[in-house]
Design a protein around this ligand. Structure first.
Ligand SMILES: *Cc1c(COP(=O)(O)O)cnc(C)c1O
Length: 484
């Protein structure tokens, strides 16, 4: 880009980093903060000003204002980046907001192993070295009916591991209707390629028949892969093949494979959100439970720990004992293994499932999913009270309105969860500005959503009564910024 003479002039006028640091605005901070942080902030402010000059967005240089920008940049470095937030969006498993919130029991378990030495790889029965895989395996088996199980870093890792152990250098058949992208760059064809499995696509986008799988079978087929379409649904003229039929097909094929060197055909389902209990509240939209897929004949099923399960980020693989044993020996199991805090959270979460009512009560994800509309309304009413206490009708008006919450996390996409929200209509300021203030200017970012110039707060996903107070205070602060 060619610079005009005036721009070159301005660029020469830009202060040195040291000059910015000497500004009266920064002297006090300089005495308390590490030099690197100060320099980084000052440099960012000077650079930003330079970019503005080059973009012809600015035609002067003001050292005080650059120092002010530096001050803000430094404050930003000092603020924890990963911190708690309030989810008022009504999306329960909100991937950008950390997916599942842990049950209190899980939080306590994490704290205990973080603060102390633990039995991570220590077997108290034999007083000798143990396996970290042992803590959750039995529980997963009891809850799903699987013979064996292993948990790794996340479900994407689980899929990768299963494909590379069993289908690497072989063929894996998958329906074109299930070649999905889950978001966050998880695409089935890419994972296939990474694991060096040869993907054999069958059927069409909307219809795949058993004969399609049958015709695609070759002596080199190692897997019939099913992928739960998670975040989308096809409706209308569609057909897919169920697990029972795939099981039969795999069994028939395996009977013809007599050489020991032939791979046997496995039926594996990537179930995505993987519910441990069927959520009756959603009727026919209920996600299939892991145990059902295993019963219907899957050799292996994998699913996430932090979607409908409501635990920490993890990927769980459950199924045949001989296959899980091979996975445990795969070098990827070491590379993708869970750390002690995650294991503690997962174990504690799984234990809650032995009492279904307890699970629905104490696992926040399940509680929010199964919360009645009445309770959502009562919560919205309560939140409105807090807000009306802090703001006046001349600033904004508060109404309680019926709305829809979402499960999120690629689960139950068709399922409208009836809820009630607090809807704020602005007399001063506006929804867009206020939304930005609540996220950027408030220490605990509050994420709401806008609909037709109103700001909506869905109380279903707001965890605690303290959060109502927090929201009310933040709104008060917004109007105190002098909005018109
Ligand atoms: C969410 C999902 C994944 C990825 O799981 P992570 O735990 O996020 O890694 C993979 N497959 C399906 C079908 C999913 O829904």
């Amino acid at each position: 880009m060619t610079q005009s003479k005036a721009q070159q002039e301005l660029l020469r006028e830009l202060p040195q980093v040291e000059e910015v640091l000497n500004s009266h605005l920064l002297v006090e901070l300089r005495a308390t903060l590490p030099h690197e942080i100060m320099v980084d902030g000052a440099r960012a402010a000077v650079d930003a000003w330079r970019q503005d000059i080059l973009a012809a967005a600015i035609d002067f240089v003001d050292v005080d204002r650059i120092a002010e920008a530096a001050l803000q940049a430094i404050r930003l470095i000092q603020t924890p980046s990963l911190r708690s937030a309030i989810n008022a969006t009504g999306v329960i498993v909100h991937t950008n907001l950390g997916r599942s919130v842990l049950a209190e029991e899980a939080v306590e378990a994490v704290t205990a192993v973080a603060r102390n030495y633990s039995t991570l790889e220590y077997d108290v029965q034999t007083c000798d070295r143990g396996s970290r895989h042992a803590h959750c395996e039995k529980l997963i088996c009891l809850l799903t009916g699987a013979e064996a199980a292993i948990a790794v870093n996340n479900n994407a890792a689980a899929v990768m591991m299963v494909l590379s152990e069993f289908a690497s250098e072989h063929e894996a058949i998958v329906s074109r209707g299930e070649l999905v992208e889950i978001g966050g760059s998880f695409r089935v064809p890419d994972i296939m390629e990474l694991s060096r499995a040869t993907m054999v696509e069958v059927g069409t986008t909307n219809k795949t028949h058993l004969a399609d799988y049958e015709n695609a079978l070759t002596p080199d087929t190692a897997m019939l892969l099913k992928v739960h379409p998670s975040n989308y649904r096809m409706v209308g003229f569609t057909e897919s093949v169920n697990i029972k039929d795939l099981r039969k097909l795999a069994d028939e094929e395996n009977r013809t494979r007599t050489q020991k060197s032939d791979p046997s055909v496995l039926v594996y389902e990537d179930q995505g959100s993987g519910a441990l209990i069927r959520l009756d509240c959603f009727g026919s939209y209920a996600e299939p439970a892991v145990s059902e897929s295993l019963q219907q004949g899957c050799d292996l099923v994998s699913f996430s720990g932090d979607k409908l399960l409501g635990g920490p980020q993890a990927g769980i693989i459950a199924g045949r004992k001989d296959l899980i044993a091979r996975l445990k020996k795969n070098p990827l199991a070491r590379a993708l293994r869970l750390d002690k805090m995650t294991l503690a959270a997962l174990e504690a979460t799984l234990r809650l499932y032995f009492d279904k009512d307890e699970a629905l009560r104490s696992i926040p994800t399940l509680h929010m999913l199964s919360m009645s509309t009445d309770e959502a309304q009562a919560r919205a009413t309560e939140l409105a009270k807090y807000i009306e206490h802090e703001i006046v009708p001349e600033q904004a008006t508060c109404t309680i309105e019926p709305e829809i919450s979402r499960a999120g996390g690629g689960a139950l996409p068709m399922c409208d969860i009836d809820t009630f929200v607090v809807s704020l209509r602005f007399k001063q300021g506006n929804a867009l500005e206020c939304e930005r203030f609540l996220i950027q200017e408030w220490m605990v970012p509050i994420v709401a959503r806008i609909k037709k110039e109103s700001l909506l707060f869905d109380a279903r996903t707001i965890l605690r009564a303290e959060d109502y107070q927090e929201i009310a205070q933040a709104l008060k602060a917004y109007f105190e910024t002098g909005v018109q």
